[in-house]
Each structure stands twice: as structure tokens, then as C-alpha cells.
Design a protein around this ligand. Structure first.
Ligand code: ADP
Length: 466
């Protein structure tokens, strides 16, 4: 019972309640009508037996019995006896074979399956003397109609229980429909991370309606405050762009001055490095806030992905060389697909850039691209510092940086690169995953469906090795 859905629990409770109520009501009704039938039979017989004084007459020669003695009315048989108990006339049911002595009063006698009510009384017939009048009726007969009713109820009863269960279930289901809608909306909001969804209940304004309305009001507030926050991030990034550009250009201008002392030069270079980081971070922030607001433009076109990958690797050669890292290429030829060029380049630049930043001096990194059926598989692998298992799930979170002191690099990142990469992959209908061993290296692998309509791997959500 514990695991049953509420809908079923209520139906069972309701049906059980209806069953008990019907059983009790039927029991009371039947026992009442049974005693009512009996008492009315007894009363009628009493009236009949006592009302026959007019129907027996002594003509002087013989005793005459009226029709009442020969006609059976309402199952009551009348018969008359003389003082010594010999039958004078009237009718006796043929099933009544018992020899019951005459005795004043009402008696109940069972013979075989039949129960008899017998009422004897003495009458004084003028001119003749004492006459016994006997009334006989079968209680079984009187009760047989009640039995039919009971049998009928026994057949009807399961049908009524079934009907109560079905109607109860339909009723509960109908009452629960708004709750199901509420759950579905909440789930949709959770799964699609879309705060614009509303329950929007219509119809009867009951408690559930008020709850749904309150829920919608809460969502309005939440959505508004999220929007405000997104706008704030995007506005702040915009505002910061100009001063950072000015700082960078002023640094460049200062560094052109040959008269700068060694100390001054290194100070300005440090400022320039930090300002570059800041400029990169602002660009990434702007990108992500535009993506959040659904304003990040994505122009997919048919491109030579092999060529773009090759170019991205080439572009990072100089940076890799600074750390004596060699870039190994395993890029399949002539792979084409529908992607946004700028985003696709950004994807590679970030992954390769990270592999260099977190790579070891004199190490290697491998860039691979392969095509299988309608899907392209890409990966960047390095033999760098790696990421611990505890940190792995967090690297996709904004501003998350796994202990920067490990790298010792001065131009530390922002923790926004991988969230951006994830967004780019997902916006192309793909998925990205990572495997890493601290001290041994990391491997970032993604897949993208080549045909914009086909998303062959999206169902399994697995990213194949390249
Ligand atoms: P960051 O700007 O700090 O590089 P990212 O979002 O690109 O931000 O990466 C988040 C964190 O993931 C990084 O701080 C780093 O600790 C870890 N990380 C990313 N790529 C690698 C890699 N190839 N090897 C080891 N650690 C990595």
C-alpha cells in the first residue's frame, strides 16, 4: 500500500468505504424487512382467523362454511374442526402433513424445509357448539420473495462494488489532473532549465487552482530576477570592455618607450598580462550571458571541419612551443559538417589551450577528429597534470577552477572556458565528456551530429572514443 500512487490509494479507500456502507445498509434493510414481513403475516392471519365467526353457520342440519374457508388469500389456509378434532371443512396446504393438536394461540412449526405459522382459536357457533378454527400459512412462502431480493442483491453487489471502483477511479483521476499538470511543468522546468514555462490552470477555482496560480506567480518572480541577473552580467561586461581596452592600449603605448627601466617594463608587462586575462574573461562572460538570454548568434554552414581543426592546432603551436609541448594530429581528411565556424574554432582553441596550460613542460597533446556515419567525433588528449575525480564533475560549472596553484601559471584562467565549450557542443546537438587521471593527463572528447537534422548519439548520451 505504501508504494501505491495516491490515486490508487484513494480509489481503494473509497471503494472499501462504499462496500462497507452498502453491506451495512443492505444488512439493516433486509433484517428489517424480514421481521416486517413476518409480523405482517402473523397479523394478517390473526385477523383472518378471528374474522371468520360470520363465515360459519349452523343451518339446523349441517354446518356451513363460507368461501373464505376454500379460497386461499395471501397464502393463508383456513380450516374448521369439531371439538374432538375432526376436520369439518376448509383447506390445508398439501405439503402440511403434520398432525398438530389443536391448541389456542400462535405456533411455529418446521417440517422439512418449510416453516409453518399455525393459529388456532375456538369459536362458539350458535345452535352447534364449539368449533376450532385453524389458520395455516407458510413462513417460507412469505420469505421467498425476500430471498429472491437477497439473491438479487448478492449478484448486484459485486457489480456495484466494481462500478463504485471504476467511478471512484475516474473521479479521483479527474481531480488529480491539475496535480499531474503541475508536476509535469515543474519537471519540464527542471529538465529544460526553462523558467518561462507556466502551469496556467483554467477551470474551477478550487484549492489546487489557487496552488497552481501561486506557483505561477512564484515563477514570474523567479524568472524576472534571473533575467535581471543575466542583464546585469551582460551590462557589467559591456561597461568593463572599454576601460580594459584603454588599459591594454596604454600598456602597449608605454612599452614602446625605449627609455623604460627594466623594473618599469616588467611592471607594465604584468599589468598588460592581467588586463589581457580580464579582457578574455569579459568576452567569455558576454558570450555566456548572451547564450543564456538566447541572443548568441549561431550560423551553421557546411564547412571543412578537418581544415578548421588543423588551423586551430596550428594557431596554438607557438604557445605550445613555449612549454616544449608537441602537438600530435590525428585528423581525418575532408570531414564536412554543418557548424558555426566561429564557435567551432572557439571550441578547439579552448580545449587545446587548456591542454597546453595544464600540460607538462616537454609533454605532448593530441588533437583527433573522425567521422562515423552521420557523426563527427573530436578529442583533445594531453599528458598533463590531470584532474582529480572530486573535481571532475565541477569543471563544467562557471568560474570553477581546480586549484590554480597546481599550474603555477601567471595568466590564470577564468573558469569560464569549459562552460562555453559545453554550450557550443550542446548547441550543435552534441555532447562532451572528460576522462582524467591526476598526474597522467586528461582527455576531452565530444561528438556532433553532422547532419543538422540527425542526432544519432543524443539518445545514448555516450561520447565514443576517437
Ligand atoms: P580556466 O580558464 O581556468 O582554464 P576552464 O573552464 O577552461 O577554465 O577549465 C576549468 C578547470 O578545469 C581549470 O581551472 C582546470 O583546473 C581544469 N582543466 C581544464 N582542462 C584541463 C586539462 N586539459 N588538464 C587539467 N585540468 C584541466
Amino acid at each position: 500500500m505504501k508504494k501505491l500512487p495516491l490515486k490508487w490509494k484513494l480509489t481503494i479507500l473509497y471503494t472499501a468505504f462504499m462496500t462497507i456502507l452498502t453491506v451495512v445498509m443492505l444488512g439493516v434493510l433486509l433484517s428489517l424487512s424480514s421481521s416486517e414481513i413476518l409480523s405482517s403475516v402473523e397479523q394478517e392471519m390473526e385477523e383472518k382467523v378471528f374474522g371468520v365467526s360470520e363465515d360459519i353457520q349452523w343451518t339446523g342440519k349441517r354446518l356451513e362454511l363460507d368461501r373464505d374457508f376454500y379460497e386461499v388469500e395471501n397464502g393463508i389456509y383456513l380450516s374448521a374442526y369439531n371439538e374432538s378434532g375432526s376436520l369439518l371443512g376448509g383447506r390445508i396446504p398439501y405439503e402440511f402433513t403434520e398432525d398438530v393438536p389443536l391448541e389456542e394461540g400462535l405456533r411455529k412449526i418446521s417440517a422439512g424445509d418449510i416453516q409453518w405459522d399455525i393459529r388456532d382459536t375456538i369459536l362458539e357457533v350458535s345452535g352447534y357448539g364449539t368449533v376450532w378454527v385453524r389458520g395455516i400459512t407458510s413462513i417460507t412462502d412469505a420469505e421467498s420473495s425476500l430471498r429472491i431480493t437477497i439473491r438479487f442483491s448478492l449478484v448486484l453487489f459485486p457489480l456495484m462494488v466494481a462500478l463504485a471502483a471504476v467511478l471512484g477511479y475516474l473521479f479521483v483521476r479527474r481531480a488529480f489532473r491539475p496535480v499531474a499538470r503541475l508536476t509535469a511543468t515543474a519537471r519540464e522546468i527542471y529538465e529544460k532549465e526553462d523558467l518561462s514555462k507556466r502551469i496556467g490552470l483554467t477551470g474551477e477555482k478550487n484549492e489546487i487552482y489557487v496552488m497552481a496560480e501561486t506557483f505561477d506567480m512564484m515563477l514570474d518572480k523567479l524568472e524576472a530576477s534571473f533575467e535581471k541577473e543575466k542583464r546585469f552580467t551582460s551590462d557589467a561586461s559591456h561597461e568593463l570592455r572599454t576601460p580594459v581596452t584603454v588599459i591594454l592600449s596604454q600598456c602597449d603605448y608605454l612599452l614602446e618607450d625605449r627609455d623604460l627601466s627594466e623594473e618599469e617594463r616588467s611592471a607594465v608587462e604584468a599589468i598588460r598580462r592581467k588586463a589581457r586575462n580580464m579582457s578574455k574573461m569579459i568576452a567569455q562572460l558576454l558570450f555566456l550571458s548572451r547564450a543564456d538570454q538566447g541572443r548568441q548568434a549561431v550560423h551553421k554552414e557546411l564547412l571543412d571541419l578537418s581544415l578548421i581543426t588543423e588551423m586551430a592546432a596550428e594557431e596554438q603551436e607557438a604557445m605550445a612551443a613555449e612549454k616544449n609541448i608537441s602537438i600530435v594530429r590525428d585528423i581525418g581528411e575532408g570531414i564536412e559538417g554543418y557548424v558555426d565556424e566561429t564557435l567551432f574554432i572557439r571550441l578547439w582553441m579552448n580545449l587545446i589551450g587548456n591542454a597546453i596550460s595544464y600540460g607538462k613542460e616537454g609533454g605532448w597533446l593530441k588533437v583527433s577528429l573522425k567521422k562515423e556515419k552521420n557523426t563527427v567525433f573530436g578529442a583533445v588528449e594531453d599528458n598533463g597534470i590531470g584532474i582529480s575525480q572530486e573535481q571532475l564533475p565541477h569543471i563544467w560549472e562557471r568560474f570553477y577552477q581546480a586549484d590554480t596553484s597546481r599550474t603555477g601559471k601567471e595568466n590564470a584562467g577564468s573558469g569560464l572556458g569549459l562552460p562555453m565549450v559545453k554550450w557550443i557542443v550542446e548547441t550543435h546537438g552534441g555532447k562532451i565528456s572528460v576522462r582524467s587521471t591526476p598526474g597522467a593527463g586528461s582527455r576531452f572528447a565530444f561528438y556532433l551530429p553532422l547532419d543538422p537534422a540527425a542526432d544519432s548519439n543524443a539518445e545514448t548520451g555516450e561520447v565514443k572514443d576517437v
